[in-house]
Design a protein around this ligand. Structure first.
Ligand code: GLA
Length: 376
């Protein structure tokens, strides 16, 4: 009798330990599940990747961005001629996997057909024409995608690059693009005001973002903050800032990234990481470990380099998880067989920037960013 009791008690104890163990060592099938208490986790799809990854790798993500198909040149190549077919067909994937969609992008100096800001003799159009074309584009595109898109990159990349700090007159904030040369800063302000008006008048539940790269480096961040403070002072409706997050293993500064997220959050803005990838070439040779390599990893990523990349992914996601202001983290691609970086800075230098490899298998970086829940 006593032996039977002891046996039963032991069974109960063992079951309890296993259950407790399962709670701390939680394992999920898909990446987004690990992050469901933190933020949606997204990937950017291209026409190439949409076929190769559909339903397999796509299931790992609960947010989707289109790499090019929502840019102006794709949606309105000539004035008044809108073409949504490609974007619409790609977005079927987001429906099947219940993904949120980030809209990228409404107003940008690149991916812009010539007719928008240039007359046929190549002189710049006047300000009224520019702003009216911008409003028409914003209206048609936002209305077409409606509530499918939950966050728009309304304005992309208007801050001047480089390490020159903000000057006293605050006259060196902006990129000297055609948009800027025609309208000054009005296009920035008007784009947000008009996008919010379209949303409000048509019951669209969308967040409006400013998006840029390198905006965690001190000089560009200072200028970005000067612009954001101006927009906020003028009551311009902006919900958040996108940090693109195109990093390089030779020059990521995690502390600076962390500080930057806090500084943007202090302005009352949401922060989204919109285009994350970690380039494996240390072109500046800042890392002793990479100096022996030829910078041409055509036969695969050397494990010593992958370890460095994995360590950065681990630390980056630790930082992301620690910030309440972060409301989305999106990779600028899906797996290493397709990345825009293969053509950067010159053609056909194979890169490996993601957490899935060229065969769509999980890399050590996948494990590193899911290990906080006890691994995959
Ligand atoms: C920028 C743009 C993106 C894309 C990348 C390079 O980050 O915002 O749309 O063009 O450059 O692919």
């Amino acid at each position: 009798m006593l032996i039977r009791r002891i046996y039963q008690l032991s069974l109960i104890l063992i079951t309890t330990f296993i259950l407790i163990g399962c709670q701390t060592q939680q394992s999920y099938e898909y990446l987004w599940q690990y992050y469901q208490d933190y933020f949606p986790i997204g990937a950017t799809f291209s026409q190439y990747s949409i076929d190769g990854y559909r339903d397999g790798l796509a299931a790992h993500f609960n947010s989707m961005t289109l790499e090019n198909e929502m840019k102006w040149i794709e949606l309105q190549p000539s004035e008044g001629v809108f073409n949504f077919d490609m974007a619409d067909s790609m977005l079927e994937l987001s429906e099947r996997h219940n993904m949120l969609v980030r809209g990228h992008t409404l107003v940008w100096h690149e991916g812009l057909p010539n007719w928008v800001l240039r007359n046929s003799d190549q002189t710049l159009v006047d300000k009224e024409t520019a702003l009216s074309r911008m409003r028409t584009h914003i209206y048609e595109v936002m209305m077409h995608f409606g509530n499918t898109v939950y966050a728009w990159d309304v304005v992309n990349e208007v801050i001047e690059d480089g390490n020159i700090p903000l000057n006293e007159e605050k006259s060196n904030i902006y990129r000297q693009s055609d948009w800027f040369n025609v309208t000054g800063t009005d296009f920035i302000k008007e784009a947000f005001i008009y996008a919010r008006q379209v949303a409000d008048e048509n019951n669209l539940d969308v967040k409006l973002f400013y998006n840029d790269y390198g905006n965690e480096s001190p000089a560009k961040r200072e200028k970005t903050i000067a612009m954001l403070e101006w927009l906020i002072e003028e009551n311009v409706p902006i919900d958040g800032i996108g940090i693109q997050g195109h990093y390089n293993i030779g020059s990521i500064d995690i502390d600076e990234i962390s500080r930057t997220i806090d500084m943007y959050a202090e302005l009352g803005l949401e922060v989204q990481i919109t285009e994350l990838d970690i380039n494996v070439y240390d072109d500046q040779n800042n890392l002793a470990e990479t100096q022996n390599y030829q910078n041409w990893y055509h036969n695969g990523l050397p494990s010593s380099v992958e370890e460095i990349q994995t360590a950065y992914y681990r630390r980056l996601f630790e930082v992301y998880r620690s910030k309440a202001a972060i409301t989305n983290v999106t990779f600028w691609g899906v797996a290493d067989d397709y990345t825009w970086l293969d053509q950067m800075p010159y053609l056909n230098r194979k890169n490996y920037p993601f957490i899935f490899d060229v065969y769509h298998e999980k890399k050590s970086s996948y494990e590193a960013i899911t290990a906080f829940r006890g691994g995959q």
